[in-house]
Structure formats: C-alpha cells, structure tokens
Design a binder for this molecule. Sequence first.
Ligand SMILES: NC(=O)c1ccc[n+]([C@@H]2O[C@H](COP(=O)([O-])OP(=O)(O)OC[C@H]3O[C@@H](n4cnc5c(N)ncnc54)[C@H](O)[C@@H]3O)[C@@H](O)[C@H]2O)c1
Length: 378
Amino acid sequence: MVRELKYGMVGGDLKALIGECHRKALGLDPRAKLVCGCFSAVDELNDECAEAYHVDKARVYYDAEKMAEAEAGKIDFVSICTPNFVHYSVAKTFLEHGINVVCEKPLTLKVEEAEELSRLAKEKNLVFAVDYCYSGYVMCKVMKQMIARGDIGEIISVNADYMEGCFLELLSEKEQVNSRIWRTDPKYSGISNTCADDGTHVEHLVHYVTGLKIKRLLATADTFGKKLDLNDNIILEYENGAHGAYWFSQVACGSPNEINLRIYGTKGSLEWHQTRPDEVRFARAGEAAQLLCRAGDGIDVPAGSLARVPFGHPEGYYIAIANIYRNVIDTILKLKNGETPTEEDLDFPDVETGVSGVKFYYAVMESAQNNSKWVDVE
Ligand SMILES: NC(=O)c1ccc[n+]([C@@H]2O[C@H](COP(=O)([O-])OP(=O)(O)OC[C@H]3O[C@@H](n4cnc5c(N)ncnc54)[C@H](O)[C@@H]3O)[C@@H](O)[C@H]2O)c1
C-alpha cells in the first residue's frame, strides 16, 4: 500500500512568493516529500535551492522539460509555481510524461491552452488541480454546505471583491514597483493583470460557495494609461437570473489582499472576509445576525469538522492551501492504491476550474474593450 507521495516543484526559488507557500502547506502533510525541482530559470538560484530545500543536487534541473523526462515514474505530482506564461508549457510536458499536476492560477494565457490541458489530463487519466486556494478555507466550505442545504434560500444577489494596493506605485511618475514586474507585462501575463490574477479567485470562490454559473457579464477595466488592467468593475447575470457585482483592484491603497464575499438569498445571507477567514456572518430573515466561528458552536454541516486547530486559534492562508493539497494527496493515494476517491477527496479546484477562470477573464476584457457590452460566458 502506497502511503507517501514524492513531488517536484517548478518555480518557487528562494525569493519567490507562492512556491514557499506551497512548500509550507505541503510541509503540514507528512505524506508528501519534495524530492526534485526546477526552481528557477536562473541556474545560480536553482543551485541555492537544492541546499535550502534539502533536495539532492542531482535532482535539481535547469529546464522543466528535462526534469519531466528524468522524473517520469519517479515522482507522483509536480507543483507549478511559475509566472503565468510558463504554466501551459510546463503543465503540458508533465502531463505528457504521465505526472499529476498542481498548477498555479490563472491556468494559462489563452482559452485554447487551458482546454488543451484539460483534454490531456482526461486523456491520460491524471489528477490536475489549480491552486484557487481560498476554497480551502474551512468557513468557505461551511458556507457552501449551508447554501446547498437551503439555509439562505434561493440566491438573489452576490457582491464580491478582491482589493489590494500592490501596484499603486505604477501610477506615480517614478514607477518604483521593482519586484516581479511580470504581472503587468502582457508578454508574461497575457491580456489581463488584475482580473486574471485576483479576479479569477473571486470567480472561482463565488461559484464554489454558491454553485451559481455566470451567464453573462459587463465590465469596465481601468488601466490608467498602463498596458494592462489594474482596477475592474463587473456586473454579472447568473443562470438563475440573479445579478452580482464584483470589484477587483490592485491600486486600492491600504487594502491587504482583502476578499469580501456577501451572498443574499430569499431566506437569509452569508458574509465572509479573507482578512478574518475563521468567521462567517449569518443572518436569517427576521432574526438578528449571528457570527459563526470555525470550530465554534452552531456549525452543523460536515465541513465544520475540518478545522485543524481549536476555536480562537487562527488557521489562515497556509492551512487553506494545505487543505487543497490534503484532498489532492488523498485522491492521488487512493488512485495509486486502486481505490475510488470520494466526493470529499475530490473537493479541490480542478482543471475545469482553471479553464473557467481563463474564459472569465477573457469575457471581462472583451466587455471592457467594447464599451462595456454584455458578453455571454460559456
Ligand atoms: N493562489 C494564490 O493565492 C497565488 C498568490 C500569489 C501568486 N500566485 C500565482 O503563482 C504564480 C507565481 O507567482 P509568484 O508571485 O510566486 O511569482 P514570483 O515571480 O515570486 O516567482 C516565480 C518563480 O518562478 C520561477 N521561474 C520563472 N520562470 C521559470 C521557468 N521557466 N522555469 C522554472 N522556474 C521559473 C522564478 O525563478 C521564481 O522562482 C503566478 O501564476 C501567480 O499568479 C497565486
């Protein structure tokens, strides 16, 4: 019986942002061991990582394709933590070598690329997860189950935003944004910056929690004279006829990766904020609102039992990512041991989620560039 998985990483050098979060999240799971990587496109940075991450130097590669070739049959999955423009080619090569993939978002720069990855993963019968990590928060899972049970009735309105101020400096004359500038360069980020980067998190999270599907949308995208969007406002119509409003901004001074989700139904409402991820405000029509707290009283849906630390001790971002990985690992282990993964095991954002994200930011950009016309979303 297989009990431990070996994984490799592409991207995630010592200075990178998200690779470290993946390694820390995976470090919370004794069933996964980092054994190889192509941590950077820069050779010296790669070499430093071997020592820092306790990876055998012989298994540190200067090219992701060579890594896939050499590690086929030796690793159980790869975590791709590179900038957006690298996701497609790297994911494709690992799939072609029969290796399960966990990839960062947005999945690709083009819809056709995302669809090709989806086709390939299915054809090869491989697990493919996309790190839309906010759905890993226990209280998002609690909201999802409460909504599915009918606690707030039929959803009639959604209001969601993702605000940060990380690119405000781009608007100043000095433009001193010095690190990881790839995000605002179309060569590396494709047709969208803020919507692809942050907006797709919201698109996924709302769908995950509510089950609503977007029918059409209209949008504005502010570039402030720069190459890509930095501030987007969107009105959406869902397939059930309800409307929603999303706002994504990377020039919102003073806002620290705030994601705010407000969902209104015919019988009540739910409200969640990523800066206080262990709490959900729940209101039933005609009653005073109550604060539900992770691992606290009054949560009677199964997701309530997923908390890892007791009431009052914060969990947070690393554990949200670890929760995604826990299910990915459960799924891969079961498949390797000839068992069938359960619905709970399969509760992670999959390659189709990645495809939806890419279609979403294409629709937003199409509307914004065409006088905010309504655009159907597939
Ligand atoms: N899920 C989330 O909450 C979240 C948060 C931040 C970033 N991200 C996503 O993670 C990805 C990486 O973002 P980041 O902020 O860590 O970027 P970063 O610039 O900090 O790190 C990118 C890493 O990729 C490496 N790299 C670049 N090209 C490579 C190549 N060809 N082969 C191997 N390594 C290569 C760099 O050396 C670096 O280690 C992006 O797609 C971003 O959208 C997701």
